[in-house]
Design a protein around this ligand. Structure first.
Ligand SMILES: C=C(OP(=O)(O)O)C(=O)O
Ligand SMILES: [Mg+2]
Length: 550
């Protein structure tokens, strides 16, 4: 018997299930007799206390985890929420009920917006539950402590909990809710946690032993001795990969395939270097400014870029200019309501409408580059036309950044890759969006997750077209989407002409080990096998078979 979900990473773990403590019960609508003034004071004191606690936890961690906790603390200080709590209290609600109502309304608003914002709704529910628990003197909802290492199972793990999980005790995480881009998935990937999200696993029983197999998105109940032996063998294989000496990425015949890191915060640079990143293939600058109402100043940007670049002397660092829109809204770049935001004013389109923001970003990056020794490259997201590519290259070169490229994320760009590449210095394929647009499947929507598979031969053909164009023109073609983190797919991508691969740092060891098992000729054969399939699943099996048959 097994349950299925969306696996995050390739890890596998065996352990006993421990369910997350349920959130506090819904507060009663009955009045307390304490009066509105006293209730408001109680609500404010509890909110301030929870915000303080979240900040304390934020200070104890780094990177995305600190951002998530900081963002939660900010939610508690939102004047709109305070206003709403005060209104409910004035109408006779208890502090508990007023907090419940105010956050429920806020949550509904976010859920209605869909996409990235809807996935942040879980953060709000968590904040509200913490305040209600504080008010009623209950322990904060949080991670259980069964007294031994365990597999944590939760409806939807609160970001504050994921961020601060004790990795010595939590063997794996399974959540019933959440998509591939939920905070749980993002943070789990960053922490190299074995995790399965969106799992149909409500039947898991406290204390039962399960295998959590993230690579296959399976939670195996009542595992047999054979299942356990296979899991142990897989764990040993992954441990050997992680222990293997860190060397530059290359194929079995010595062909160099630089392995680079995807980063969204300079704070992640040190860990990326430790895991053997040979540079940065994608620095997502918009992650630095997701909450900002106004465009970041040049000085703030210079400081952030300099911090990043300083960690990679003599190394390649590819910085992407702001990729606003759809799942990553930035108030200062567009921000207008769109019916189809994924097809709207995003990426380079938004920047051309707000050109001074782009010019200032390029200037700040060139200034930071001049003070460090990294080999800085800059690229534009969501390019769809040759004209956009040429315009961006001219802007970047004009700002003193000699190496300028484009991301290939739109089928139009892949189909015209020869002409696009003629206008720029390199291409980097964003397989997340390229898959979304090729398959017409929203990358944030769990219901179409099956179509959101970069193994699909339609996506692979487009990657091959870009690889061919790069080879013909002698220009580099990198991969910076999640596809590069899948070791076998990484081999296929190299076989299709990718010259470097960029991924979450935790995926580097697995990809490094797999590349070493194939020569360039063999990688091309594996790619051909995948290209010849009809669908994503058969492409994956065809590639695996091509390897096994050798
Ligand atoms: C790397 C990509 O960019 P992002 O995930 O930030 O959209 C991509 O689309 O593959
Ligand atoms: Mg993208």
């Amino acid at each position: 018997m097994e349950f299925i979900g969306i696996g995050v990473g390739r890890g596998i773990a065996v352990g006993q299930v421990a369910w997350m403590a349920p959130p506090p019960a819904e507060p009663s609508t009955a009045a307390s007799g304490r009066g509105p003034e006293r209730e408001l004071e109680r609500a404010q004191t509890a909110a301030a206390e929870v915000a303080r606690e979240l900040r304390r936890r934020a200070d104890a961690v780094e990177g995305t985890a600190a951002e998530v906790l900081g963002a939660q603390a900010l939610m508690l200080e939102d004047p709109a929420v305070h206003g709403s709590v005060a209104e409910h209290v004035a109408r006779g609600a208890t502090a508990e009920r007023a907090v419940f109502e105010a956050f429920a309304a806020y949550r509904e608003l976010l859920t209605g917006m869909g996409g990235y914002l809807a996935e942040r709704a879980a953060d709000l529910a968590d904040v509200a539950n913490r305040v209600i628990a504080e008010l009623s003197g209950a322990a904060a909802p949080g991670v259980p402590d069964p007294g031994h290492p365990f597999v944590l199972v939760a409806n939807d793990l609160a970001p504050a909990d994921t961020a601060t999980l004790d990795l010595d005790r939590v063997l794996a995480v399974v959540t019933l809710e959440g998509g591939p881009t939920s905070h749980t998935a993002i943070l789990a990937r960053e922490k190299s946690l074995v995790a399965i999200v969106g799992a149909d696993a409500s039947g898991l029983v406290e204390g039962e032993t399960v295998i959590v197999d993230a690579a296959n998105g399976r939670i195996v109940r009542d595992p047999s001795d054979d299942d356990l032996a296979a899991a142990a063998a897989r764990q040993a294989e992954l441990a050997a990969e992680a222990m293997a000496p860190i060397a530059p990425g290359r194929l079995a015949d010595g062909t160099s395939v630089p392995l680079l890191a995807n980063l969204g915060d300079p704070a992640g640079a040190e860990e990326a270097v430790r895991l053997g990143a040979e540079g940065v293939g994608l620095f997502r600058t918009e992650f630095l400014f997701l909450g900002s109402e106004t465009a970041p100043t040049g000085a703030v940007q210079e400081e952030a870029y300099e911090r990043l670049l300083a960690a990679f002397p003599e190394r390649k660092v590819v910085v992407r200019v702001l990729d606003a829109g759809a799942d990553k809204p930035l108030a200062f770049l567009g921000g207008k309501h769109e019916e189809n935001p994924a097809l709207g004013l995003r990426g380079i389109r938004a920047l051309r409408r707000t050109e001074p923001v782009l010019r200032e970003q390029l200037r700040a990056l060139a200034a930071a580059a001049s003070r460090t020794y990294a080999r800085v490259e800059v690229m534009a997201p969501m390019v769809a036309t040759v004209e956009e590519a040429a315009w961006f290259a001219e802007a970047a070169h004009g700002a003193g950044l000699p190496v300028a490229g484009v991301m290939v994320e739109v089928p139009a760009a892949a189909l015209l890759a020869d002409r696009l590449l003629a206008a720029v210095d390199f291409a980097s394929i964003g397989t997340n969006d390229l898959t979304q647009y090729t398959m017409a499947a929203d990358r944030l929507l769990g219901d179409v997750a099956e179509l959101q598979d970069p193994w699909h031969p339609a996506v692979l053909r487009l990657v091959g077209a870009v690889g061919d164009a790069g080879a013909a023109l002698g220009k580099p073609v990198g991969i910076c989407g999640e596809a590069a983190a899948d070791p076998l797919l990484a081999v296929v991508l190299v076989g299709l002409g990718a010259t470097s691969l960029s991924m979450s740092p935790s995926a580097l060891a697995g990809v490094r080990a797999e590349l070493l098992r194939h020569s360039a000729v063999q990688a091309r054969a594996v790619a051909e096998a995948a290209l010849g399939a009809d669908g994503a699943a058969s492409a994956r099996s065809a590639a695996a078979e091509a390897v096994a048959l050798r």
